[in-house]
Design a protein around this ligand. Structure first.
Ligand SMILES: Cc1cc2nc3c(=O)[nH]c(=O)nc-3n(C[C@H](O)[C@H](O)[C@H](O)COP(=O)(O)OP(=O)(O)OC[C@H]3O[C@@H](n4cnc5c(N)ncnc54)[C@H](O)[C@@H]3O)c2cc1C
Length: 369
């Protein structure tokens, strides 16, 4: 079977690794000239680390990651609203871990045979051509494949041609991300909620803490560090002072949050995975988890054999309920975050643990029967 993966982000690299483990060779094209050399942090819940375990990468991951055993939510004034022992919820699934994005993509890249990824080549278009799928590339080549896996991210250029009008939309929240020195004050996943504003700090190593901040896109202005500081000026410790003391030249990643809502991600010999199919707001920290799970499930179904159409139908059937769950719950969390602060704080104090369990427990169930 001739397989092409478009995009060497977390989804595409995971798919290549999963297929390799099943003995299925693939080509992977990435339009960037080289792997990313910068990026902030990423938080992986137990289902994501379990899926990385299925890819044979859990030990490597643990050696580079920081273990997160609790998720703590504070009000902007520093009062603890909820403190969930995450290790208990994910005990039978996988560990919750945080690390730098580069470390995660590095683990995935190193797990592939050298030369698997062709950098600096973009897939321009793809059309169904008889029993194959033809892909046109930026270097002028045209090739036929039995299966094209679109892992080209939230703004996937190939999605619209096959799957209709653009399914990506901005959700009205814009964020900043950076990494600061770990001063020991943030010892676990710690969020602080203000009125329509969220601050998050996650240790990603003994030396570094990942900082995430968001606000309504209308407040984001030019996205400068001055705007960030002024919006979070009223936030108490432990996160407020970190933002207040940010170096004005700190490297900052800014992005409007987007989601992709699609009913189906499969077409004739073409399947979308990861953000290309179902990007969500990061409020459940499930984007990477869903992308890696997609890869594990798809490779397993491919390895079981049968006509491609049936494999893709099975893939869709397997994934749809988990993806819809994550998207629905991510939206509810965004709504809770941006609603009345007083009501939200009461809900989190009284029902925070139960809400956490109800949200995440379905994701601890096995991926495939
Ligand atoms: C602010 C923020 C915070 C987040 N935090 C978390 C978190 O803590 N935990 C978590 O699990 N998830 C998190 N996520 C989500 C997670 O980052 C994404 O779900 C994940 O990175 C998606 O990976 P991907 O491979 O699908 O897409 P991408 O990472 O976007 O990769 C797509 C790749 O395809 C390439 N490409 C695009 N078009 C083409 C083409 N035509 N030809 C060739 N190559 C192409 C691109 O260059 C890119 O390298 C967060 C997201 C955001 C926005």
């Amino acid at each position: 079977m001739r397989v092409l993966i478009v995009g060497a982000g977390i989804a595409g690299l995971s798919a290549a690794r999963a297929l390799k483990l099943k003995g299925v060779a693939c080509e992977l094209v990435e339009r960037r000239e080289q792997p990313p050399t910068a990026g902030a942090g990423i938080f992986l819940l137990g289902n994501a680390s379990r899926a990385l375990g299925d890819l044979g990468l859990l030990d490597g991951l643990k050696s580079l990651a920081y273990p997160i055993t609790a998720q703590r939510i504070l009000s902007s004034s520093g009062t603890v609203l909820n403190d969930v022992r995450t290790a208990e919820v994910w005990e039978h699934c996988g560990p919750c871990l945080s690390l730098s994005r580069q470390s995660l993509t590095g683990i995935l890249q190193r797990s592939l045979d050298p030369g698997t990824v062709t950098y600096g080549v973009e897939a321009i278009s793809t059309v169904s051509s008889g029993e194959k799928r033809m892909v046109r590339f930026s270097d002028g080549q045209e090739k036929d494949y039995d299966l094209v896996i679109g892992a080209a991210g939230v703004n996937s250029p190939l999605r619209n041609a096959t799957f209709g009008p653009d399914a990506a939309r901005q959700i009205g929240i814009t964020c900043w991300r950076t990494v600061v020195q770990n001063n020991g004050e943030i010892d676990t996943w710690t969020a602080m909620l203000g009125h329509g504003r969220t601050l998050l700090g996650i240790p990603i190593s003994e030396r570094e803490t990942y900082i995430y901040a968001d606000c309504s896109s209308t407040e984001f202005g030019d996205g400068s560090i001055e705007v960030l500081k002024s919006l979070f000026r009223g936030f108490a410790g432990p996160l407020g002072p970190i933002v207040a003391n940010l170096d004005p030249t700190a490297r900052m990643h800014c992005a409007p949050l987007q989601e992709v809502r699609m009913q189906r991600w499969i077409a004739d010999r073409h399947v979308l995975i990861g953000d290309a199919a179902h990007a969500s707001s990061p409020s459940m920290a499930q984007g990477a988890g869903m992308a890696i799970e997609d890869a594990v499930v798809l490779a397993e179904l491919v390895s079981r054999g049968g006509p491609i159409e049936r494999i893709l139908e099975q893939f869709h059937e397997n994934r749809i309920s988990r993806i819809e769950w994550v998207q629905t719950k991510s939206r509810s969390r965004d709504k809770l975050r941006s609603g009345s602060s007083a009501l939200r704080n009461v809900v989190l104090r009284l029902f925070g643990d139960a809400l956490y369990r109800r949200t995440y427990e379905p994701l601890t169930r096995p991926l495939l029967s």
